[in-house]
Ligand binder design. Structure first.
Ligand SMILES: C[S@@+](CC[C@H](N)C(=O)[O-])C[C@H]1O[C@@H](n2cnc3c(N)ncnc32)[C@H](O)[C@@H]1O
Length: 335
């Protein structure tokens, strides 16, 4: 159960001002059984596993939000400040006059602070607290401070990481700096890799960029990434390379469609706020299953993560390339 989603559904069920509308837009859509009884709901969800669950529940989903207005827009933000404000602005742009914007988020994600900011911009707000979350809603009228929404809208536009040419967007992994673990891996990549490669959890393309710079004989590289916004940034960041590059909006935990000569990755081990070592383990297993015999793997991980045993259990011979106070680089070969 996602407590923010439960709180949201409770607010809609119990607050008379929030009667089920004829149509609604759900930004950051997550499936809930109650929504099946709604006349029409359109979801937008950039994270592939959640988008798949939404689709499987039979709801309508858009890849890009159409230029359309709704009487109700629901926002279930992630954990990034800029993304949350940008989603408030996105919601505002899709509200019809008199329409309602409902937000729900955990207290640990700063719900109280975001509620106050939204109240400043809209001058009216109703709030419900439950499950250590807050659901709050506002009604669009002429009193809304459009200057604040303009500032928030800007937070959602693609931007560059300072002192680099890399394009990023609020809410994606390492959206304002290069991740130090990824940088350590980039500094220790082999120079002789060739053939078909894959980058698992490729983000906005930092590691693919590094390996293509380091290994001129790479024939093709496939990026697998769950966040569609990160993948869109990767397309821009890698556009100048002449190589064959595949961009896949894909949940790596479901396996890969083909096998590779070499794989590189900085595997995720967080889902939302929580640490999930299992997610990293499944990434390692997917990599092991998708390497050809003799295929190579290189990855970076936090030092304390027990990935050596996972590599061994999946038939890979491994060695530690380097470690610092926080990270280790592991290299492995499929027997
Ligand atoms: C630690 S980041 C590394 C990003 C990038 N490779 C870099 O080094 O900057 C892990 C990436 O995995 C992605 N991710 C998380 N869960 C995923 C899944 N189930 N399938 C594919 N990608 C996933 C995240 O969106 C994130 O971009």
């Amino acid at each position: 159960m996602n407590p923010a989603l439960e709180t949201l559904m409770l607010a809609i069920a119990t607050d008379e001002a929030l009667a089920v509308p004829q149509a609604a837009l759900f930004i950051g859509a997550e499936a809930h059984p109650t929504l099946s009884a709604w006349p029409e709901i359109t979801g937008w969800q950039p994270f592939k596993p959640l988008a798949t669950t939404w689709d499987q529940a039979g709801f309508n989903r858009c890849e890009m939000i159409p230029d359309q207005k709704w009487p109700l827009v629901i926002v279930l933000p992630g954990k990034s400040r800029d993304e949350t404000f940008a989603w408030f602005a996105m919601a505002r742009d899709h509200l019809e006059p008199g329409g309602k914007l409902v937000v729900s988020m955990p207290n640990t994600a700063g719900a109280g602070r975001f509620e106050k900011e939204l109240a400043k911009a809209t001058r009216n707000i109703t709030s419900l607290q439950k499950h250590k979350c807050r659901a709050f809603h506002v009604t669009l009228d002429d009193s809304w401070d459009e200057a604040i929404f303009n500032e928030w809208r800007d937070l959602g536009t693609p931007r560059q990481i300072p002192q680099t040419a890399f394009t990023v967007e609020a809410g994606i992994f390492s959206s304002d700096h290069i991740d130090p673990g990824s940088q350590l891996l980039a500094d220790h990549l082999p120079a002789h890799w060739h053939g078909d490669l894959a980058d698992l959890g490729a983000g906005w393309g930092f590691l693919t960029d590094a390996i293509l710079k380091r290994c001129p004989k790479v024939a093709r590289i496939d990026l697998y990434e769950a966040d569609s916004r990160a993948l869109a940034c990767a397309r821009k960041n890698l556009a100048a390379y002449p190589h064959e590059i595949g961009y896949h909006w894909h949940d790596v935990t479901t396996g890969l469609p083909r096998s590779y000569d070499a794989i590189l990755m900085n595997p995720p081990f967080h889902i939302g706020q929580a640490t999930h070592v299992d997610l990293g383990r499944v990434f390692l297993k997917t990599a092991a299953d998708s390497l050809k015999r003799g295929g190579k793997l290189i990855l970076v991980a936090n030092r304390q993560l027990p990935y050596e045993a996972v590599l061994e259990a999946n038939g890979l011979l491994w060695r530690k390339v380097v470690e610092d106070k926080v990270y280790k680089i592991l290299s492995a070969e499929k027997r």
